[in-house]
Write a protein that binds this ligand. Structure first.
Ligand SMILES: *Cc1c(COP(=O)(O)O)cnc(C)c1O
Ligand SMILES: [Zn+2]
Length: 397
């Protein structure tokens, strides 16, 4: 069993703590980094990523029967126009191609496998949407009961796509950050393992995104990786994946990491810009990018530490730029939800400000499919023509 280490004070733990965080400084824990990982070439990526990357998960019993075919998502190069002059290459990692159409599946699988190994029959999560659907689907697949806690005010449209998998679904009134810690505490009391946004064994699953990017670029580390960031789980997992490739001698350097947020809910960007080491809770916030609308991210401080460690940045983008880049991605053939468009919007902003080096490779994570939140389509003009069948010939000419 690998130990857990505090991301802030380096204190070591043999087991997860009651809170899931460090008992001394209350910062998030992570599984000790792997330094001897190997990519198993005899398992092609298309046949399931966890076999291929199994040596980075020695602490998990990789039970193929609960996999739904997560990962191995496309890395697509797009032509933006503005990058050409400087020789910048832009790539989109399309995480909407996962089994429940978001990157959450990678971490749900590893979190679930850990819960199973610990003997749990019930798992749960606190979520506003994508993670809820993911945990409900994987619980159904594994024959475990799922308890999903959602916000009281959650849109009706989002309930069905979670409820269809058959979880126990509870709308809870109250502060979301309190709900996050209460769920872990009450879960322990009621034998429900909560795999929340930045749970250590959820973060582990996100490492595979880094492994895939490295391989899809032909065994190269990109210069920049831009991650739409809310709680900070995905950002931490991707950073850890690149770190483990580096520690294992598979790669020779680290990328520069950039967190993208919406200006309407930008606690990490504010802390980054003010030079603070701690993210402050926002009391007023609002953005179309609901999936990254967390006013008090539980891994916010760790994201700041990781950014500062290697010259990274935290960048926020305006609502109209989010919608605009959702459109630009659609024109490149990729329909994403608004939160997912913030990474490309941030890339554009940084390129315009001259903060992206010439001839560099930039990977923007597109975290989830646009079909998960079709309401965002009302922000776009979608022209439709109509005519009689007799008129069609004339029209098409
Ligand atoms: C969950 C989610 C995020 C944010 O991930 P964190 O791990 O909470 O930082 C970004 N985009 C989408 C679409 C998500 O569902
Ligand atoms: Zn600590």
């Amino acid at each position: 069993m690998n130990k857990l280490v505090c991301t802030n004070c380096n204190e070591l733990y043999n087991e997860e703590t009651e809170t899931g965080r460090c008992s001394s400084c209350d910062e998030p824990l992570e599984v000790e980094a792997i330094t001897d990982g190997k990519i198993a070439d005899d398992f092609p990526m298309e046949n399931g990523i966890f076999n291929r990357y199994a040596s980075f998960f020695p602490f998990l019993d990789l039970d193929k029967a609960v996999s739904l075919g997560e990962g191995a998502t496309p890395l697509v190069q797009i032509d933006y126009g503005i990058e050409d002059a400087k020789g910048i290459k832009l790539y989109i990692k399309n995480e909407g191609m996962n089994p429940t159409w978001s990157f959450k599946d990678r971490g749900t699988l590893t979190g679930l496998l850990h819960a199973k190994a610990k003997g749990y029959k019930k798992i749960g999560t606190v979520s506003t949407g994508n993670m809820a659907a993911s945990v409900a689907a994987y619980a159904a697949r594994a024959g475990l009961q799922a308890t999903i806690l959602v916000k009281e005010e959650m849109a009706e449209e989002k309930i069905g796509p979670i409820g269809i998998y058959g979880p126990r679904l509870i709308r809870v009134k109250g502060n979301y950050r309190t709900l996050y810690s209460e769920s872990i505490r009450l879960g322990k009391e009621n034998d429900i393992y909560f795999i929340n946004s930045d749970a250590p064994y959820r973060v582990e699953g996100y490492k595979t995104t880094a492994f895939e990017i490295f391989e899809q670029l032909g065994g190269k580390v990109p210069d920049y990786v831009i991650v739409p960031t809310s709680a900070g789980g995905n950002f931490r997992g991707i950073e850890k994946g690149f770190r483990e490739l580096y520690f294992s001698g598979i790669s020779s350097r680290m990328p520069t990491f950039i967190a993208s947020q919406a200006k309407g809910c930008n606690p990490i960007v504010r802390a980054f810009e003010s030079g603070s080491e701690e993210v402050q809770q926002l009391n007023e916030f609002g953005t179309i990018a609901h999936a990254i609308e967390n006013p008090y991210p539980p891994s916010g401080n760790q994201v700041l530490r990781l950014i500062r460690k290697n010259g990274g940045m935290a960048v926020d983008v305006e609502e109209e730029d989010i919608i605009g880049h959702q459109r630009i991605l659609a024109k490149a053939g990729i329909f994403v939800q608004p939160a997912s468009a913030t990474s490309l919007a941030a890339a554009y902003k940084l390129m315009a400000e001259g903060k992206i080096d010439s001839n560099s490779e930039v990977v923007c994570i597109a975290t989830a499919s646009g079909l998960k939140f079709t309401e965002s389509l009302k922000h776009h003009t979608i022209p439709v023509e109509s005519c009689n069948i007799e008129e069609l010939e004339k029209r098409l000419r």
